[in-house]
Ligand binder design. Structure first.
Ligand code: SF4
Length: 454
């Protein structure tokens, strides 16, 4: 099994919601395709008169509700997730008569939204979420590229090669190996993650801290905006935002007793409601699960007195859990169901609180393990293909479970704990493999069929 070389900033990324695999990945694909096309031979480009895109797998099943069409068009128009305006998806007009001019170098091509086609849900491509981009003349393709949105906003394409990255200073593939390094080198978890990040990316400690601070700022901003924004979310469900009401009730209770939990629910739902609106969020580890860690982080800062440095260190501990889940199972709802999204976010969040509160490694691992264990088997069944029901409340539940997992792990003897994180990640991978495709972000089973979309 290969050693882990994932960067912190592949896991924590800024981009538009509502789904990292359905918006961030496809936006990157659109941008990458245009960049590639502009480098093609001018004579070939002169002949071209059409660009079309076919979406497969869950991108087809839930792509309309997940905003994939808008994300692809934004990418074709030159936007990238990290730098696009916060409301870029809102601002796109999907009027079928609207014509966009796509600049391919020597000429422009007229493009309409209907040229993003929702194709087969079941297919033979190597990854579930596949996009086929074509530049053509009439019905004949001149150039085409397959892209795979593999979850968490990660993008691959046919012929993609692992980019050259630096060798991590501490090589590990699972928690057992990670633990050995911590003991053998007498190093703390966040120090190990930081050393590896510097070695992999070539960034300095200062640059890494600046980037982490930007992620923290985006997370806090999504919570702040969400607790202040009333009304209904976009889409046919007409779901009301709940975060402002919960926040008002928590405030009335001075954030004490049930007020504490109401606040945690409000913060997680606030970021999640912002995500459902297609606004900018930070993936943690995905956009669908973008409420759990921001909710807990906001709680840590506002009500538990955590300092910036403790939050940074907590995020690095959370990332260690995310790396292990991504590399030994999956963080994609389309691959393993929601256990890989909200389940992993909850495990990461539990690790973050334990670590930021000053607990050492074993309590941090146990917190993460308990949170993930109690998400095993969780399906992905978004109603109408919108990242709203069950996703928003599920983020709140993921945050509360993370807090509870931390309370259990930090209250009892670590030696009493029987299950290690590697085992629960393995169980998640196997459960995901056995899970019917209906429950993997296709909206063909579970709540998506038992709740009638309004
Ligand atoms: S059910 Fe979970 S995995 Fe599926 S879209 Fe919602 S948050 Fe993502």
């Amino acid at each position: 099994m290969p050693r882990i070389t994932t960067s912190l900033f592949e896991l924590f990324k800024v981009g538009p919601g509502p789904s990292s695999s359905h918006t961030i990945g496809p936006m990157k694909a659109g941008h990458h395709f245009m960049e590639t096309v502009r480098k093609l031979d001018t004579a070939l480009l002169e002949q071209a008169d059409v660009i079309d895109i076919h979406l497969f797998g869950s991108l087809s099943a839930t792509g309309e509700g997940h905003g994939t069409r808008r994300a692809v068009i934004s990418g074709l128009l030159g936007h990238q997730p990290e730098t696009c305006p916060p409301d870029v998806l809102d601002s796109l007009d999907l009027d079928p008569t609207q014509i966009y001019q796509l600049d391919i170098g020597p000429k422009t091509i007229d493009f309409k939204a209907e040229e993003v086609v929702f194709d087969a849900v079941h297919h033979d491509f190597p990854f579930s979420n596949t996009l086929l981009f074509r530049l053509g003349k009439g019905g004949a393709p001149l150039y085409e590229q397959e892209y795979y949105s593999i979850g968490g906003g990660f993008l691959r394409w046919k012929g993609w090669k692992e980019p050259e990255v630096g060798e991590p200073r501490f090589k590990y593939k699972d928690m057992a190996e990670l633990k050995k390094h911590l003991v053998m080198h007498d190093i703390r978890l966040h120090e190990l993650i930081l050393e590896n990040e510097m070695a992999i990316t070539g960034l300095s400690e200062n640059e890494i801290n600046q980037r982490l601070d930007n992620i923290i700022m985006v997370m806090e901003r999504s919570v702040e905006k969400g607790i202040q924004t009333e009304g209904r979310l976009p889409g046919p469900i007409g779901l009301y935002r709940k975060a402002p009401t919960l926040y008002a009730k928590a405030k009335k209770a001075h954030f004490q007793g049930p007020g504490f939990l109401k606040a945690l629910n409000a913060y997680a739902m606030a970021a999640s409601e912002e995500n459902a609106s297609g606004h900018c969020i930070a993936t943690a580890p995905t956009a669908g699960a973008a409420g759990v860690i921001p909710g807990l982080l906001f709680m840590l800062k506002r009500h538990m007195g955590a300092l910036t440095d403790e939050i940074r260190q907590g995020l690095m501990a959370a990332a260690a859990i995310g790396f292990l889940a991504k590399n030994n199972a999956s963080i994609s709802g389309a691959e393993v169901g929601c256990q890989g999204e909200v389940g992993v976010a909850s495990a990461m969040g539990a690790a973050m609180i334990a670590y930021a509160r000053g607990y050492r490694f074993q309590i941090t691992e146990n917190s993460a393990e308990i949170a993930l264990e109690h998400h095993l088997g969780l399906t992905c069944d978004p109603v109408g293909g919108y990242v709203q029901i069950p996703c928003i409340e599920r983020n709140a539940m993921g945050a509360v479970k993370a807090y509870n997992a931390y309370l259990i792990a930090s209250s009892v003897e670590a030696a009493y704990h029987m299950v290690d994180l590697d085992k629960v990640i393995r169980a998640m991978a196997e459960t995901g493999r056995d899970m019917s495709q209906k429950y993997k972000e296709t909206s063909l089973g579970g709540l998506a069929v038992s709740v009638i979309e309004c």
